[in-house]
Design a protein. Sequence first.
Lengths: 111, 113
Amino acid sequence: DGGITQSPKYLFRKEGQNVTLSCEQNLNHDAMYWYRQDPGQGLRLIYYSQIVNDFQKGDIAEGYSVSREKKESFPLTVTSAQKNPTAFYLCALTGTGGELFFGEGSRLTVL
Amino acid sequence: GQNIDQPTEMTATEGAIVQINCTYQTSGFNGLFWYQQHAGEAPTFLSYNVLDGLEEKGRFSSFLSRSKGYSYLLLKELQMKDSASYLCAVRGDRGSTLGRLYFGRGTQLTVWP
């Protein structure tokens, strides 16, 4: 089954803990993106990677880290430095027309 | 900065036509996108405009006026399943990565029977 796979779908974290969200793709795309969505807010870009072993900060990178060791994988770590981590996290690729298409998302709740 | 405005909520009845407006002020313009997002799900792509005019795709159409910084999404023959949030997004500078989009806050559309 092709596409983008995000896991876990739901995640709970205690304050002060780091947590890593997985994003895997088997479409052989070079560019991958992480967006965050808060209720009543537009999606905001956290990090993106256009090629293996390279990534760039988006608009709200503070408190997050990423890696791109393999083309298929672009994990996002939400660190304890992120003050408001509760959100819906979306991993995305670009389609043939330049549109974004998203994985199913990971919903993180801090207890 | 990037500013994208759309109404917060709209309601309509089944079978009707609804127009969702989006205005934008961005540093550079390289395309405007519309997405549909059902509650608890990821957004799905609906339409793309980069030149002025109307793009039609089944019951959905999208219009762009670059000189006015304005777009609308037109939904015809509304169905209950069209109840969702509709997101307007703009790609800014031509030199930026393709997937770097700036999103509005979304318009929550409720379709009543």
